[in-house]
Design a protein around this ligand. Structure first.
Ligand SMILES: Cc1cc2nc3c(=O)[nH]c(=O)nc-3n(C[C@H](O)[C@H](O)[C@H](O)COP(=O)(O)OP(=O)(O)OC[C@H]3O[C@@H](n4cnc5c(N)ncnc54)[C@H](O)[C@@H]3O)c2cc1C
Length: 460
């Protein structure tokens, strides 16, 4: 397994990556990516073992509900690239039995490649969301044929792909981009039914980074985002050659949707785990700032905190139910329940902004206007800041200042904006979670129950 230091060294390859109109020469020292690289390196050190043959525990296929629960527990607090690696690998493990049955040669390539990833302790991103062009038109009817990633040339030893995948978390810091079709492709759209693994430094691949990371030098008043940074990337595939052994699907349109479905499940499970953690954080911040303001016994404040508590508890309940009702494939690979995973993800995402509103409402305007830690260190300002930032005298002015920073960072600044959009769009967006939830809900039972209650009798 790699150490953090070896991971950092591995980034010194031919990747082309950009930010704010310039090429990043060194991801390890660039101010916009430095901390994200450090976090990934820490993730490597956390799991490192020098035992021969040791593998990242996040990549071990769970064979029991307990093993699945343990692996979800391991995800807590790891960097986002460890998350996307886990999600990508679990996605491929989930589709394997379906490929096995019809295309055993493709399934064998997937197995070989997963072993390659595990043996070399690589980090992987999920490159699924296409540019998409005109949203109402399918890939085959777009004015721009490259609006969805497609095969533009087939050779005896592989294919050449062209297009772009958007919003790809951590693509500039990963070793491998797992390219998958974003939706079901129809007959005639064979060129778009392409799933493959592309090295992040393959000729023709460029990434453009966006980040919520604070761009100034002193980031101490960003206590949340300074520990949770990861760029999201616009990934361009400008005629990229992919050798046969890295191709997992090429033209089998009937299988094009299974990748997106499996990815959605694992991505949303990871999202629910993150949201359960963040929801508890919102509760803790609300309670602490209510105490610091001297309002923790006031009725409307207590009610809002109760709502936050119910929100957090229901996300955790959904996560537990998704694990407790897990299913397994024919070869014993255990995966979470779709209905509970999607319902919990939807609840956590859809209600997040209301909960953020409660927190801001309780906290007050200093969420935006509290001076920084740097200001606190100016001798002629220090006592004034301590004095006027004090609310309830049982809590120091500095602690109340730091709480305001944490709340601003979490829900009202660049990282807060990222949360706002990510909750609505990630994991395929709220619409996708509504569709999957409805598909897996036992509708027939509910309908029968309602018919009986209404005196309609059983359905013919
Ligand atoms: C921070 C962040 C990180 C992400 N990370 C990743 C990642 O690592 N890998 C990855 O592959 N993706 C990633 N995503 C992408 C995410 O899954 C998409 O943003 C999401 O699926 C929506 O796609 P879109 O952005 O193209 O928006 P659109 O598809 O344009 O959706 C916008 C709205 O239009 C609706 N809509 C779109 N098409 C239709 C239609 N035909 N009919 C009716 N309504 C329609 C949608 O339901 C939605 O309400 C990430 C997104 C964000 C914001």
């Amino acid at each position: 397994m790699l150490t953090g230091e070896q991971y950092v060294a591995s980034l010194d390859d031919d990747r082309r990556t950009y930010i704010d109109g310039r090429q990043i020469k060194d991801l390890v020292t660039d101010p916009t990516t430095r901390i994200a690289v450090e976090l990934v390196a820490q993730g490597y050190d956390k799991f490192h073992s020098s035992e021969p043959g040791a593998r990242n525990p996040l990549l071990t296929p769970p064979k029991s509900v307990e093993a699945l629960r343990d692996i979800v527990g391991l995800l807590r607090g790891v960097d986002m690239l460890a998350h996307t690696t886990f999600t990508s690998v679990m996605t491929l493990l989930t589709v394997l039995p379906q490929l096995d049955a019809t295309y055993p040669e493709l399934a064998e390539r997937v197995r070989t490649h997963l072993n390659f990833v595990a043996d070399n302790d690589l980090r992987v991103t999920e490159a699924i969301t296409d540019a998409k062009g005109h949203r109402a038109l399918p890939p085959g009817q777009q004015a721009d044929q490259d609006a969805y990633v497609r095969v533009v040339e087939r050779r005896p030893d592989g294919v050449v792909i062209r297009g772009a995948k958007l919003h790809i978390t951590g693509a500039s810091l990963a070793h491998e981009l797992f390219v998958m079709p974003t939706k079901k492709m129809s007959a005639g759209e064979e060129d778009y039914a392409i799933a493959c693994a592309v090295p992040a430094d393959a000729p023709g691949v460029s990434t453009i980074n966006t980040t919520y990371a604070f761009r100034g030098e002193d980031d101490r008043h960003y206590p949340m985002s300074r520990k949770r940074q990861m760029p999201d990337c616009f990934v361009i595939f400008d005629d990229v050659f992919v050798p046969n052994e890295r191709i997992f699907l090429d033209g089998q349109t009937e299988f094009s949707a299974i990748f997106a479905h499996s990815l959605g499940l694992w991505e949303r499970l990871g999202g629910v785990g993150e949201m359960a953690h963040d929801a508890d954080m919102l509760v803790g911040l609300a309670q602490l700032i209510a105490e610091a303001n001297g309002l923790s016994r006031v009725a409307h404040v207590k009610e809002k905190i109760s709502e936050l508590v119910i929100y957090a508890t229901l996300i955790r309940a959904g996560l537990e139910a998704a694990l407790a009702n897990a299913h397994s494939t024919a070869d014993g690979f255990v995966y979470p329940d779709e209905l509970y995973t999607n319902a919990a993800k939807y609840h956590g995402a859809a209600e997040f902004n209301v909960m953020a509103r409660h927190l801001i409402d309780i906290a007050g305007g200093s969420v935006l206007t509290a001076p920084t830690i740097g200001d606190l260190e100016v001798p002629e300002l220090e006592n004034h800041i301590r004095q006027y930032m004090t609310g309830n005298p049982e809590v120091s002015g500095e602690d109340r200042l730091r709480l305001m920073h944490a709340i601003r960072d979490m829900v009202a600044d660049a990282f807060g904006g990222w949360h706002y959009v990510t909750n609505v769009q990630s994991g395929g967006g709220l619409y996708a979670q509504r569709i999957v939830t409805r598909k897996h809900y036992p509708m027939a039972e509910a309908v029968e129950m309602a018919r009986e209650a209404a005196g309609l009798g059983p359905r013919e």
